[in-house]
Design a protein around this ligand. Structure first.
Ligand SMILES: Cc1cc2nc3c(=O)[nH]c(=O)nc-3n(C[C@H](O)[C@H](O)[C@H](O)COP(=O)(O)OP(=O)(O)OC[C@H]3O[C@@H](n4cnc5c(N)ncnc54)[C@H](O)[C@@H]3O)c2cc1C
Length: 530
């Protein structure tokens, strides 16, 4: 039996959303931040480009709103877009106040503003190509200093606690949390519980995301009965390094911006067939083109060719990528770089209102785990760090009103007759199978047939995982696998329901867009928990 801990606010996740929430909520309550690996093992830490905010003299809120709505392809919630965009300048001010270093124009006072695809103006605030790392550093330092914040690393939330089990309304009052070092499951009771668990890139075999991105928050919220929305809208980045020793290494869009050319294994350039801007076409078009070429030829990967460019320029402009590839035996000034598109960002998530509140009382969702309506059917680059800051602040204000309500005796986690697993290979194989089937059937280009195949396969896998889950003592890997399979199921279900191509959801059977844009909400109605 594990111990019980009580806190005002339980935050699951230590990325930009979780830590910014913690810092603000700590001004009026005790905050416990639980994070499943190290405090900086987050998507946030890996963010490269920067944060979108209206700061330039030629820019306006209207222009940023318009750009976001255009990319979102008819499915954005205009109110959410306005809220985020109009908070942009204050977000940057807060970052500076937290000690985040940001690049200045010509070494002066004003911030250097970069430009990215889909933005009609320069508005990306950044710190070289390691903006996320710098934000994470500053947030961690501030959170570790705050007397009202306790950070508990190496603990993975397993499931949320619900008053429904005790005959009350289905409010959330905390979580069961597995200590990954001891195997003990602890109970944490809280006035409000905040999902800040990030995305789910690991559902796909190729992803730009770190290992922590297994969709735990989406799975836990769904099992509790919360609505999840728009999960078919997975953003794929066109170019991630393809190499057995390289996990999730992004080849930035700027490489094509500087003249890089995508080629097949035979050395043939192909982007001219797909878009007038060729290699600089929109991200989803480039990702689809690569996918099409690979499916047609059966090749494992495409190539990004920089060899025609001046070698000194390439080394100077992309020092990190040059070094990383060289370590793997690829001299990018002499050899084309093997690459594949990869899952990058989840636009959908746990449905959350303008305060980050989910459809379950006292349960909040902020950052990439949430679906606030900001991104619609496709995310505008660099809007996600902004969203994380905005909604964490709004939720930190709203949680003040969450009232303490949990039963006098909370049932501790029970392992029943579960024994130690003697067959860990099953977990490893199922992990691999889920990720490969999602890549093959629910990837960049979909069809009814592929979706149906995926649906049948995932149900078999989920059944196997379910048996395994209840027979053996849980481990972090098993918890993640169970969540990964459920999130895969939810993505498949959402994709199955969308009979059109919109934003990031492209299907061969319904290439046109319907007149009316609808969200695809999925919610547990009955049946056993997954
Ligand atoms: C390579 C890369 C580049 C990017 N570049 C940009 C960019 O330039 N601009 C931009 O706006 N966005 C960018 N993004 C997207 C952006 O980084 C993320 O959307 C954002 O950082 C998400 O923040 P978050 O706080 O929601 O989640 P994260 O930063 O991912 O944090 C999630 C946290 O939850 C923890 N966690 C997960 N499950 C559990 C559990 N069960 N129990 C306990 N803890 C758990 C994790 O360990 C982690 O601490 C990029 C993403 C990647 C991968």
């Amino acid at each position: 039996m594990g111990s019980t801990l009580e806190t005002d606010y339980l935050v699951l996740g230590s990325g930009i959303a979780g830590l910014n929430f913690a810092l603000l909520a700590a001004e009026h309550g005790k905050v416990t931040v639980v994070t499943k690996k190290g405090v900086a093992d987050t998507n946030t830490d890996w963010a490269q480009g920067g944060v979108a905010a209206v700061l330039g003299s030629d820019d306006s809120f209207d222009a940023h709103i318009e750009d976001t709505l255009t990319v979102g392809d008819g499915l954005c919630d205009k109110k959410a877009v306005e809220v985020c965009v109009e908070s942009g300048p204050a977000v940057i001010e807060r970052m500076l106040a937290l000690g985040v270093r940001l690049d200045r124009a010509d070494g002066g006072d004003s911030l250097q503003l970069g430009r990215e695809g889909g933005h009609s103006r320069r508005r990306i605030v950044h710190f070289a190509d390691t903006t996320g790392h710098e934000i994470q550093r500053a947030l961690v330092a501030a959170a570790q200093r705050h007397p009202n914040i306790t950070i508990i690393p190496d603990h993975i939330a397993v499931d949320l606690l619900s008053m429904a089990k005790y005959g009350g309304d289905p409010a959330c009052f905390g979580a069961y949390v597995l200590d990954q070092n001891t195997g003990e499951v602890r109970t944490i009771a809280s006035r409000a519980t905040v999902l800040a668990t990030g995305g789910c890139g690991k559902v796909y075999v190729y992803t730009s995301n770190p290992d922590v991105a297994t969709g735990d928050g989406i799975a836990m919220a769904y099992r509790l009965g919360a609505a999840v929305s728009d999960l078919e809208f997975v953003q794929f980045h066109p170019t991630v390094l393809y190499h057995p020793m390289a996990k999730s290494f992004l080849l930035t869009e700027a490489m094509r911006g500087e003249g890089g050319i995508l080629r097949t294994a035979d050395g043939v350039a192909f982007m001219h067939k797909y878009h007038p801007l060729k290699d600089l076409g929109p991200r989803d078009v480039v990702a689809r083109a690569i996918d099409h070429e690979l499916k047609q030829t059966g090749a494992d990967n495409a190539y990004l060719d920089m060899t025609h460019l001046d070698a000194a320029f390439v080394r100077g402009r992309f020092p990190n990528i040059y070094e990383r590839c060289l370590q793997l035996g690829i001299d990018i000034t002499k050899q084309p770089i093997p690459c594949v598109p990869a899952a990058h960002y989840m636009c959908g998530g746990v449905k959350a209102d303008e305060h980050g509140q989910t459809t379950i009382r006292n349960l909040y969702a902020i950052g990439e785990v949430a679906c606030t309506g900001l991104h619609g059917a496709c995310r505008l680059a660099s809007n996600s760090l902004l969203e994380g800051m905005v909604y964490s602040a709004r939720a930190a204000e709203h949680v003040r009103r969450a009232e303490r309500s949990w039963p006098s005796h909370i049932a501790p986690w029970s392992s029943g007759n579960a024994t130690d697993s003697n067959d860990a290979i099953v977990v490893a194989l199922n992990w691999d199978e889920v990720r490969r089937l999602m890549w093959s059937y629910i990837g960049i280009v979909r069809s009814d047939k592929r979706i149906e195949r995926a649906r049948r396969r995932i149900e078999v896998l989920r059944e196997e995982i379910r048996e395994y889950y209840w027979d053996f003592k849980i481990t972090g890997d098993l918890v993640e696998l169970r969540n990964l399979a459920l999130v895969a199921h939810l993505i498949i279900e959402s994709a199955r329901r969308r009979k059109e191509s919109r934003g990031l959801h492209y299907t061969l059977d319904y290439p046109a867009k319907l007149d009316e844009a609808r969200h695809s909400e999925v919610q547990l109605t009955n049946g056993p928990p997954a």
